[in-house]
Design a protein around this ligand. Sequence first.
Ligand SMILES: O=C(O)CCC(=O)C(=O)O
Ligand SMILES: [Fe+2]
Length: 354
Amino acid sequence: MANTLQELRPASTAVEKDDFVIPLIDFGPFFSGTPSDKHAVALSVTTAFKTSGFLYLKNHGVPPSVVSQAFSASAKFFNRSQEQKDGLGWTTPQSNRGYIATGREKLAPLEETSGINELRGTAPDLKETMEIGREGIEDLPNRWPDHLDDEGKDFKETMLSFFDTCKTLHRHIMSAIALGMNLPEHFFDEYVDAGDNNLRLLHYPSVRKEVFQDNPNQVRAGEHSDYGSITLLFQDRHGGLQVRTPNGSFVDATPIADTIVINAGDLLARWSNDTIKSTRHRVVEPPKLPAQDSDADSLESHPSRYSIAYFCNPNFDKLIEVLPGTYGEDIQVDKKYPDITAGDYLVQRLSATI
Ligand SMILES: O=C(O)CCC(=O)C(=O)O
Ligand SMILES: [Fe+2]
């Protein structure tokens, strides 16, 4: 049995502050290792989700060239005129597709969404995003720029392919979670095969440093937890992502080349009867650079930052019932949540922030 302390220990540590650790996990053996290697990876992944709620993944099977192609198509998209982007605007939480201009969405913790309009006014998120949903849903078209020009056609092709690549990785990670929770490896397959996921391209425009000096509440993206099952986050090298530790302080989730930051969302926490944690995070002014890059520190503005978040969800029509093994008389834990369909849960959450 692979359940020894040694194998529970993740490969290495990516982020550490006080007792809070975000591991860097090598996913390679999950694909090609022995059954016991695979089990060890699964336990590392699940342990990370149960403790910090976050992990960094390497050897995840998404080639660096595929990631850089997605980043380059994203940068070209945000470089379009405001008029073209507004012409592809986001409309409703039900559709959750299209372009969202700076200041429209204000991410906030669930219990604070009532004050959201006030926050939107004083310190709007300094970001613009493009939301891409599952392709081919009747009445919910993606807002592609393919009718604009060839670059728009390339954008569509790149993003559809990236969506599928991420969808496959989602399935593998859910298999790892299943094994790590003593469920059959393919337990979640029927919950994730539809790919009701959301690909969000993010652009944090270049911003003058005095904006942060003048307003201590100013952030690039407000503190929040994600809504779905897991999020695959690809970040560029600029930094600014921070994760909240249990004592309420924040720790930098510093970019590590060729890794994906993966965090659990609220619906997975609920599904797991809160054995898995959905941890709050935010994006702030980038941290000061190391001495050798100090030239950039003397500039008046921070450069643009790009990131790509792939929000994974269970199929919208699936009923989410608290997972077996996370409650019951034998472990003396109550079932904390009633059943809800994934789609109903997610539309409720999205409606609160826009
Ligand atoms: O841009 C990032 O690094 C994080 C974005 C994020 O957390 C989100 O969009 O939910
Ligand atoms: Fe997030």
